[in-house]
Design a protein around this ligand. Structure first.
Ligand SMILES: C[S@@+](CC[C@H](N)C(=O)[O-])C[C@H]1O[C@@H](n2cnc3c(N)ncnc32)[C@H](O)[C@@H]1O
Length: 269
């Protein structure tokens, strides 16, 4: 599959067209060989093509940014379901990377007012690049903010006004074994989450609780081993209710959702 996608990339044709090819010109064959060598050396396919597909978007990716994963598409789908019927929802994506979540929300919900937060100075260049490309393609603007999702002063102007906070934070426990594509090519800040992988999540819960309006939604992706630990952490925080965990398409625990505790008797109750 990867070989076919690389050949299609080199020739500038869709993969389905490969079946009808009689020949590969020499220059392209040389480029293809070089890419195959790099892939065999565990450079991620998406770094070699420079593109990653995510839901309806094709995002630019490369060294310095986390390659968006198919599992996260389901979290994006859940976000869009919650926003259905809200004409101009305020949405915050904490740890935006390539912008996969934030830009999908802007693409699929025309009225959404989306803010993408990213701490890594290398990664945020990719967030900005992809956000600009989506605006040029006609999507609504996404505000890209350099900041730390655990900072108690982050986005203070949005306190209590956000309809939905979503995050695919770094959640790999320190020292865990990961494939070379991940260890050598995804940025460390995108991966490592402390001894149990949940250090950044602990910080982001306070930020989400502060930003969300009563009844507002929170969605956080996690590792498949964190399907009990993360919901427990969210419940223990105290600011959230309706805590639920959701499996991915392979049936593995993948993301936790919750609602900001509503004000008793309030409109969101
Ligand atoms: C697993 S990646 C997810 C990227 C993207 N949202 C996606 O789903 O593909 C986590 C992202 O969070 C960023 N990040 C890590 N710690 C952060 C923090 N404290 N504040 C803001 N961003 C952070 C990383 O740099 C990385 O881009």
């Amino acid at each position: 599959m990867d070989a076919e996608l690389l050949l299609a990339h080199v020739l500038g044709v869709p993969r389905s067209r490969l079946l009808t090819l009689d020949d590969v010109p020499e220059a392209e064959a040389g480029r293809f060989d070089a890419l195959i060598d790099q892939r065999a050396d565990r450079v991620p396919l998406q770094h070699l093509t420079g593109r990653a597909a995510f839901r309806y978007l094709e995002l630019a990716v490369g060294p310095g940014v986390f390659v968006p994963r198919p599992e996260t598409e389901q979290l994006a789908g859940w976000v869009l379901e919650q926003l259905r019927g809200i004409p101009a929802p305020v949405v915050v994506d904490l740890g935006a990377g390539s912008g996969a979540l934030a830009l999908s929300v802007a693409h699929e919900h025309a009225g959404a007012r989306v803010t993408a937060v990213e701490r890594d100075p290398g990664a945020i260049e990719w967030t900005r690049h992809n956000a600009a490309a989506r605006i040029a393609a006609g999507d609504g603007p996404v505000a890209v903010i350099a900041g730390d999702m655990t900072d108690p002063a982050l986005l203070g102007e949005l306190n209590g006004r956000v309809d939905l906070v979503v995050s695919n934070p770094p959640y790999v426990p320190d020292g865990a074994r990961v494939p070379r594509e991940v260890a050598d090519h995804d940025p460390p800040m995108a991966l490592w989450g402390g001894p149990d992988g949940l250090d950044v999540v602990r910080g982001l819960l306070g930020t989400a609780a502060r930003l969300l309006r009563p009844g507002g939604w929170l969605g956080i992706e996690h590792a498949d081993q964190q399907g009990s630990a993360l919901p427990a952490l969210v419940r223990a925080h105290g600011a959230f209710t309706d805590v639920q965990d959701h499996p991915d398409l392979a049936g593995r625990p993948r993301f936790t959702t919750a609602r900001r505790v509503p004000v008793p008797g309030g409109a969101e109750d």
